[in-house]
Design a binder for this molecule. Structure first.
Ligand code: NAD
Length: 265
């Protein structure tokens, strides 16, 4: 048999729960995992779209894919979707905490308590509660992993996106702590995502100049990303190909610049 370099990227035997998988980045992760042989549950606030997306991916890949409504900020919903995946597929080996988003806060010091708490609840706390519910099953699985959708603003804060930046920074830190707590049983990594131009940007309240800058980003690859660019990294980290990688924040962001020429060009 010739050597198959892709064998370690197979997700055969894996059962993956993907939050926020009804569209965009989460959908691409679900499709990629299912295409690699995993059984997948898409848990999304938009239950109808989750079911629709799951059916489409099932047809495209031939793997079993379910969709269901789940609000990851609600404990009962989290428990229901973990119960559902274990009941339907008999295991849970792979958790993807993909849900998250934020609104622009043009005046950073005027961000309300409510906005800070809401951002933390959606982007950070929901992931912790999901980990809590999934842990008993993850600990029993082979090549168990948790991979999170982080953001570049969690490394370099955007002051006009303060609530989101702070919550994504907290996600990185929290997951690093959990990776150490779960050492030798569950690998935990966070993909630090750059700009993937989804419809969410139009709704985020950004001005035209910022939208233009995001469309033509000043990074080493010279383009914004696609959902598939990001999903490919999730496949590496969740599959046996990533079996020696844990406790990392991996930037998939087109090569953000870290060196400045003087004068700037
Ligand atoms: N798009 C980007 O450029 C970008 C950049 C950096 C990081 N990220 C991160 O990547 C992840 C996915 O981004 P996206 O652009 O695909 O987002 P998106 O808004 O297109 O999709 C998010 C999905 O999550 C679902 N959702 C929202 N709130 C939910 C809740 N409470 N419970 C369950 N589901 C919920 C939505 O219905 C939607 O289907 C997010 O964590 C985001 O912060 C995205």
């Amino acid at each position: 048999m010739p050597f198959d370099p892709f064998a370690d990227f197979s997700m055969e035997g894996h059962v993956a729960l993907i939050t926020g998988g009804a569209q965009n980045i989460g959908e691409a992760i679900a499709r990629t995992f299912a295409g690699a042989g995993a059984k997948v549950l898409i848990a999304d606030l938009n239950g109808d779209k989750a079911i629709e997306t799951a059916k489409r991916i099932e047809q495209e890949t031939g793997s079993q894919v379910l969709g269901m409504k789940c609000d990851v900020t609600q404990g009962d919903d989290i428990k229901a979707c973990v119960d559902q995946i274990v009941r339907r597929f008999g295991a849970l080996s792979t958790l993807v905490n993909n849900v998250g988003w934020g609104q622009a806060n043009p005046d950073p010091v005027a961000v309300s308590d409510g906005d800070m708490i809401a951002s933390y609840t959606l982007n950070t706390l929901s992931a912790l509660r999901m980990v809590e519910a999934a842990t008993p099953y993850l600990r029993q699985a082979k090549n168990a992993s948790i991979t999170n959708s982080g953001s570049m603003v969690g490394l370099l804060p955007a002051f006009d996106f303060l609530a989101y930046s702070a919550a994504k920074a907290a996600l990185n830190h929290m997951m690093l702590g959990l990776a150490h707590a779960f050492a030798k049983s569950v690998r935990i990594n966070t993909v630090v995502i750059g700009t993937v131009l989804t419809e969410g940007y139009a709704a985020a309240g950004l001005d035209a100049k910022t939208q233009e800058r995001l469309t033509n980003p000043d990074n080493l690859t010279g383009r914004s990303g696609t959902s598939q660019d990001v999903a490919n990294a999730f496949l590496w980290l969740a599959s046996p190909a990533g079996a020696w990688v844990s406790g990392q924040t991996i930037q998939v962001a087109g090569g953000p610049k870290r060196v400045r020429l003087i004068p700037e060009y």
